[in-house]
Write a protein that binds this ligand. Structure first.
Ligand SMILES: [Zn+2]
Length: 129
């Protein structure tokens, strides 16, 4: 009997092992949106190292301490621009819903992603959306 990893935190409807799991293990994301989803899952699962490796070196912080007081629960992607196989940059607009002791937490952002020479998409920066 193998353990069922359950549905992926990013809300795709797929199991974690068929969705963001491989990306967290080093697989190349096929699009900026998939990379964005995997970063949300990394926030939800508490994987700061993945968040750093999927961050553009030009804007990456030295270290990242996740706010353990927020439990990230749902991700809604409202818009994507470029970020496909033929692109070097892409934009993803999303709303992330979480919960803290103070109640509901909501973060809306239009994030910018760039694809490196190694083929990996990485987060560059974002504006409040
Ligand atoms: Zn996923």
């Amino acid at each position: 009997m193998s353990a069922d990893p359950g549905p992926c935190p990013c809300g795709s409807g797929a199991n974690y092992t068929a969705c963001c799991g491989p990306l967290h293990a080093g697989a190349v994301a096929p699009s900026a949106e998939r990379l964005m989803r995997s970063r949300f899952s990394a926030f939800a699962l508490g994987l700061p190292e993945y968040l750093l490796t999927s961050w553009d070196p030009a804007t990456r912080p030295q270290e990242l301490v996740l706010d353990g007081g927020v439990e990230w629960r749902r991700l809604f992607i409202s818009d994507t621009t470029a970020g496909g196989p033929g692109d070097d940059t892409g934009y993803v607009t999303f709303t992330a819903i979480g919960r803290s002791d103070e109640g509901r937490v909501e973060q809306r952002e239009r994030s910018r992603f760039a694809r490196g020479a190694d083929g990996h998409w990485r987060y560059v920066d974002g504006d409040a959306a």
